[in-house]
Write a protein that binds this ligand. Sequence first.
Ligand SMILES: NC(=O)c1ccc[n+]([C@@H]2O[C@H](COP(=O)([O-])OP(=O)(O)OC[C@H]3O[C@@H](n4cnc5c(N)ncnc54)[C@H](OP(=O)(O)O)[C@@H]3O)[C@@H](O)[C@H]2O)c1
Length: 260
Amino acid sequence: MEARRLGPVVGLGTYETFLDDALLAAEVVGAALGAGSTVFDSSPMYGAAEASLGVALQGRRERGVVATKIWAESVAEGRRQYEAQRRFFGRVEIQQVHNLVAWREHLPWLEEERDAGRIDRIGVTHYDAGGLGEFEDAMRSGRFDAVQIPLNPLERECEARILPLAEELGIAVLVMRPLGGARAAHVRREPSEGDLEPLRPFGVETWAQALLKWCLADHRVDLVIPATSRPGRAIENAAAGVGPAFGPDERRLVEQLACA
Ligand SMILES: NC(=O)c1ccc[n+]([C@@H]2O[C@H](COP(=O)([O-])OP(=O)(O)OC[C@H]3O[C@@H](n4cnc5c(N)ncnc54)[C@H](OP(=O)(O)O)[C@@H]3O)[C@@H](O)[C@H]2O)c1
């Protein structure tokens, strides 16, 4: 994997979509891989999702990049979670400290694992604008290679604070909730066909693709990881990584449609 940049590409999240149905997870992973989405984000926090992803990657692990997390108050619990991640065949490409939990405690042993070649990058995630001060402290420690942040036209707190810092420090950026999350009204409220017309030359056929392209058009964003439980949508979402990037006019249109 190259030093900093990961993308811009579309990956696949697993929160609330990869529960204990490993067969469905395998179908979604197969569809994503076939469509060119190769990065899979999970966490021990997501119940059976990590285990389902492990099963889904059996026989094709080398085709995927695993971005998972440690979500533990203690190093002992974190190491137990890491041990269970052997399901990813002894390798985690992007290992993230979930929601900043005990990040100072976890860094030394995660760095040892990275030095031993079992982890490529160490990242840190946070979902809440309220915790951005500590998030900036973690970034400024100089010990993280990647951050994962929420970003979509209605959730932009990280845009002003985290994206410039990531650029300054050379840290890769993964975007969670690019469609606004499972309960987001603006994903459901599809604009009309006519509203999307100016975006067709950019390869956009659906509102979800417009939202994903909106994120990817920011040059500081490396990877968006929309989650879906539907193989067809994994293909639809992957297609947002293809075709010309949005310019300022297209981004503004998506913002107007999202806020309408
Ligand atoms: N603190 C953290 O570290 C943290 C927090 C939140 C999220 N994350 C990561 O980021 C990933 C993405 O965030 P998220 O899952 O919260 O939100 P999201 O990806 O913005 O939204 C997921 C929702 O969008 C729907 N969806 C997916 N593709 C669609 C399409 N083409 N058209 C219409 N609806 C579509 C899915 O429903 P269907 O299943 O019905 O398609 C699902 O309900 C997570 O899965 C997780 O891996 C990390």
